[in-house]
Each structure stands twice: as C-alpha cells, then as structure tokens.
Design a protein around this ligand. Structure first.
Ligand SMILES: C[S@@+](CC[C@H](N)C(=O)[O-])C[C@H]1O[C@@H](n2cnc3c(N)ncnc32)[C@H](O)[C@@H]1O
Length: 338
C-alpha cells in the first residue's frame, strides 16, 4: 500500500511579534510548558513541546488546542504568558506559578509595559530582568520563584446606604474590572435598582466583581450572572457568598446559548474595551443578543458613558427606550422589548 506522506506543518497562524519574541527567548530546553492568555502561541508550540494552557477569557480559551489546566497546580517547568492589561492579574499569575524551579516569561508591547509589572513579578521571583526587545515588544524574565501566601482574591467593604442594604463586601481577582470598588457608572445604576420590576428573575450581563448581582439578590431578584472572564465570574461568586447571597454564575460569551424570548430582565454595564483598545463592538453585540433573548415586554437596563451613541440601536433593535438617568458622564436607559 502506498504511504501518503504527512502534509507539511501549517505555518503557525496568528503569531504576532510578542509571541515570536517569547518563542525566541525561551530557555533552550524549556521542558513542560504552560502558556497563559496566548492561545495562538500555545497552539504553535504544541507541535514541538508538551504544552498545557489557560486563559482568563473564555473566547481566548475556546481557541486553545492544548489541554486546559489549573495554572496553580499544573506540573510544568516554564510558563509563557502575554502580560495582562491589569498589573494585578500579572501579580496573581505570578503567585499561582511561583513554585519549584519554574521560569516565567511575560511578553508584551513595550508601550504597555510598566515598572509596576517588574515589581509585581519581583514580589514572587528573586530575579526579574527585561530583555532588550524587538519590534516594539519585550519579554520580562522571572527566575528563582519564592512561593508565599496568596494575596488574591482581595476583599473590601464598600459603604452603601440602608436603602441598598448597607455595607457590601466586594471580592476581586487581579483582572477583575473595577477591583474591589464600585465602578462609577455602576454606582449610578445602583441608585435606580428600586425602579426595576420587583422580584423578577434578573440577568447581570458582564457581572465583573458582582456588585449588581449582589444588590439585585439583596432586593429579592433571582439572579443569573454571566461574564466571559474567569476573574469576573470567580469574583462574582465570591462576592455573592461573602454577603450570604446566592445566584447562578456562569462564564459565557454574552447571552450565547440562551433561548430566544426567555429572559424578563437584563441589567448591564457593557464593556467598552477589548484588551487595551477602546471598542464598542462587544456592547453592540450584547444589545443584539438582548434583542433576541428578552421576552416580549422584557426590559434591558443599560448604563454607559454619555458620549456613546447606543440610543438609536437600543430603540431600533430592542424597542421603546427611555433615559432614566442623565448623569453628566453616564446615561442609564430602560428599553422594553417590543
Ligand atoms: C464595564 S465591565 C462591568 C462589570 C460589572 N458589571 C460592574 O458593573 O462593575 C464589563 C464586563 O463585561 C465583561 N465582558 C466583556 N466581554 C464580554 C462578553 N463577550 N460576554 C460576557 N461578558 C463580557 C467584562 O469581563 C467585564 O467584567
């Protein structure tokens, strides 16, 4: 029988200068690799190395073609990662992997690298140095791990008036939006929660640290919280638990998978960034998804920066939309599914 030769390997798709620099700066014998927040890099390396991966973002994780592991317990020798946007996330990742003789390489675009990133790594590694860099990218090399007591997740108590149930404990991981604070836009929406239809099952879309989920649960709404970030869903679960509240929390890409016309109430402070870039795409996608999953008469409450032009889309895609609050910086809108 004629043997058909294997096709030549595909050129690694989607590698950018940061990924290529990480590959070129890897130790000569890197051993077992753990790749964080860099699915294309993990997939490319898997052709020649034993590779496992993990991503904060569900959308990124869905692109991984290597086993997904718990970074804090996986048996590995070298960790490669893209520097996350939040320094706190870098610090938390360093805490997870600072053990045994692990070497950590964190690559990023020079314009986003800061000295506080070196400090975050130096909290858990005895030696941290930056490479010379290439094509506006650079790698931080961390060696000599110093395991220690985890400092993440962090917790803080925020003061809220008795009408909102009094002080609220917020939990956050390094990459959780707004950390252990209430985002100023969310704070505007919080003051309007008594205007929502009472006790209606509520969906907190993009739940972050769980502020809205917790306050909705306090008001007696059965709550479902969705976010595509691990740091958000973990924080939301912890915030609910810390306040003695319950809810269903899921890592999900927007409202994907929810049946059409099934949801009576959505509250949302939509994302306005993708990575480090301002981007309204995910917010428009959420409005589109809400139009599909809201039941007739169902309501979408949205808070967003006042300059963002979401109103025409809300009116066209969801239905009648009123401005419930006109804060100098934020608008809160209520759209009713037609
Ligand atoms: C502006 S923050 C609001 C967080 C929180 N609700 C608050 O008020 O502090 C937007 C949230 O949307 C999440 N997010 C971004 N893209 C998403 C997507 N495709 N599906 C679900 N959540 C998403 C982010 O991870 C982030 O937690």
């Amino acid at each position: 029988m004629t043997q058909v030769p294997d096709p030549p390997p595909e050129p690694a798709a989607g590698l950018d200068p940061v990924d290529r620099l990480l590959i070129d700066e890897m130790p000569p014998a890197p051993g077992r690799l753990l790749v964080l927040d860099a699915p294309e890099l993990a997939n490319a390396l898997a052709a020649e190395h034993p590779v496992v991966g993990w991503c904060d973002s569900l959308l990124a994780e869905q692109r991984l073609r290597v086993p997904v592991v718990d970074p804090a317990t996986a048996t590995v020798d070298t960790v490669l990662m893209r520097t996350p946007k939040a320094v706190g996330a870098l610090g938390e990742y360093a805490e997870w992997v600072a053990r045994d003789d692990i070497a950590l390489l964190a690559g990023g675009r020079v314009k986003y690298l800061t000295h506080s990133m070196n400090d975050a790594l130096a909290a858990r590694f005895g030696s941290v140095r930056a490479s010379l860099g290439r094509q506006k990218s650079r790698v931080l090399h961390a060696r000599q791990p110093r395991p220690g007591t985890p400092t993440w997740p962090r917790r803080a108590t925020v003061d809220l008036p008795p009408a909102l149930g009094g002080p609220l404990v917020l939990s956050a991981h390094g990459g959780t939006f707004a950390g252990t604070r209430i985002d100023p836009g969310t704070r505007v929406l919080v003051d309007l929660l008594d205007r929502l239809p009472a006790a209606t099952p509520a969906l907190d879309l993009g739940s972050g640290n769980g502020t809205l989920s917790a306050l909705l649960a306090r008001r007696g709404h059965p709550v479902t919280a969705l976010d595509e970030s691990w740091a958000a869903t973990a924080a939301t679960r912890e915030t609910l638990a810390a306040n003695g509240l319950t809810g269903t929390v899921r890592r999900a890409d927007g409202l994907t998978g929810l049946p059409t016309g099934s949801v009576p109430l959505i509250v949302c402070n939509p994302p306005f960034h993708v990575g480090t870039a301002k981007d309204s795409g995910p917010a428009y996608a959420m409005i589109e998804q809400a139009a599909r999953v809201l039941e007739p008469g169902g309501e979408l409450w949205l808070v967003f920066n006042a300059h963002l032009p979401y109103l025409p889309t809300l009116r066209r895609r969801i239905g009648p939309t009123e401005i419930v609050s006109r804060h100098p910086k934020y608008l809160v809108t209520r759209s009713v599914r037609g």
